[in-house]
Design a protein around this ligand. Structure first.
Ligand code: NIG
Ligand code: FE
Length: 405
């Protein structure tokens, strides 16, 4: 592929590593060669270039969504109705709904049928401007179904334009038959699942749902420690409903990220800062669960922790694929500035996946993953509430998705 010149950009907004902050360029052009950003500037000269007219619109990096659960068979709107009627998420889970409900359906699903459904969801992420997505297993909850989920993600990563960063989440919930035999299920994870995941290179990260009534702190430590010894990076679901020390464990083990963090202590925030653990915040989950208690984003930022944003897309607690909506919530419910939220949804989320040298910003030498928007300024991203303002999506310098106006 040759050179591409994106002309007529009203605003180009990106994280800039030189100033370690967000930067707003007005009326610039963007030059790309094959899959790489070559230059941002005015009146750029380019011979034999393919010219793309941005139509006086906004350009930003593609979103990096660092926490999603797209490998499920069917949606759970019946549980949503129960929640609307006042039954809590944890109560629904105790009654056999929730993650166990999804696991039963995934285990029975035909491979190709499931794959078609997951594929549709991943393509939908592109429509919302997500060019890289972290995707977890975790609705298998037995060796075959967990491995099947991860192999599927590997196949889809090579078949689709969106880039998938796979995470093994066998420790998402205890299967019914192991409710009173936690050691038995952990043994399966350690002896059956993790060795295959590591040997076949099926996941880059291992995650655990560390929460009261799910995986305890010690159980989470055992699993994450074993994953670390096999060379996997670590992430953790911590403090979604209570603080039981998961964020501190993330710091202790050197995890890349601790996610949710609605309930997090000052000590934990300080431990995360010292160890450079990125806080991945999921305000759409708080919203979708009907809670008013959001993660203390500003406090974490003030204490020196880097904050990333994610959809937490899943059929139970957050059925959205819109990072735009997440940015709106981050601004309104967590008090983040628009540029702070944009950085959290691009550069910082790339950092939470260890890929910020290549992705998450539009800078010379970086991969050309970017969005041309229907809007012409970055303030409009959260302002156009619950809309999809994404126009054209480029991955590796190539147009991979175009929404109609
Ligand atoms: O991140 N908390 C655990 N996992 C998901 C919910 C999964 C589900 O309900 O299916 C979350 O919120
Ligand atoms: Fe999650």
């Amino acid at each position: 592929m040759g050179k591409v010149l994106i002309k007529n950009i009203s605003q180009l907004v990106t994280y800039d590593s030189k100033i370690k902050d967000m930067r707003v360029f007005d009326h610039v052009e963007l030059l790309i060669e094959s899959d790489t950003v070559i230059e941002i500037g005015r009146a750029l000269f380019c011979e034999d270039c393919l010219v793309v007219d941005a139509g006086h619109r906004l350009v930003t990096p593609g979103f990096v969504d660092p926490h999603t659960h797209p490998v499920f068979y069917s949606t759970r709107e019946d549980e949503f109705e129960m929640r609307v009627l006042g039954i809590s998420y944890m109560e629904i889970a105790r009654r056999g709904g929730g993650i166990l409900n999804s696991a039963k359906k995934l285990q029975m699903a035909d491979y190709n049928d499931l794959k078609e459904r997951v594929k549709k969801r991943l393509l939908n992420f592109l429509r919302f401007g997500v060019t890289t997505v972290e995707a977890k297993s975790g609705y298998g909850l037995d060796t075959d179904a967990e491995i099947k989920s991860l192999r599927m993600l590997k196949e889809l990563n090579s078949e689709l334009d969106i880039e998938i960063k796979p995470t093994f989440l066998g420790a998402h919930e205890y299967p019914l038959e192991f409710r009173n035999n936690h050691a038995g299920y952990i043994g399966k994870i350690l002896k059956e699942m993790l060795p295959v995941v590591a040997k076949e290179g099926l996941a880059e990260y291992c995650d655990v749902f560390c929460e009261e009534g799910v995986f305890s702190l010690d159980e989470s430590r055992t699993i994450l420690q074993a994953a670390k010894e096999l060379g996997l990076g670590l992430r953790i679901h911590a403090g979604e409903f209570k603080s039981i020390g998961g964020a501190k464990l993330a710091a202790e083990l050197g995890a890349r990220s601790a996610d949710h963090l609605v309930y997090v202590t000052d000590d934990e925030i300080e431990a995360m800062r010292k160890r450079g653990v990125v806080a991945v915040l999921l305000p759409a989950t708080t919203f979708f669960l009907g809670s008013d208690r959001y993660a203390p984003a500003k406090k974490m930022m003030e204490m020196g922790v880097e904050v990333a944003l994610s959809t937490d897309f899943n059929p139970g607690s957050s059925f959205t694929q819109s990072m735009q909506f997440v940015i709106t919530l981050a601004c309104i419910k967590m008090g983040m500035g628009i540029l702070e939220a944009l950085q959290a949804a691009t550069y910082n989320s790339a950092k939470s996946l260890g890929i910020e040298d290549r992705l998450g910003s539009i800078e010379k030498g970086k991969q050309a993953d970017f969005i041309i928007w229907k809007i012409d300024n970055y303030q409009s991203i959260p302002y156009y509430l619950a809309d999809n303002s994404v126009w054209k999506v480029f991955k590796n310098g190539k147009l991979v998705c175009e929404n109609s106006f």
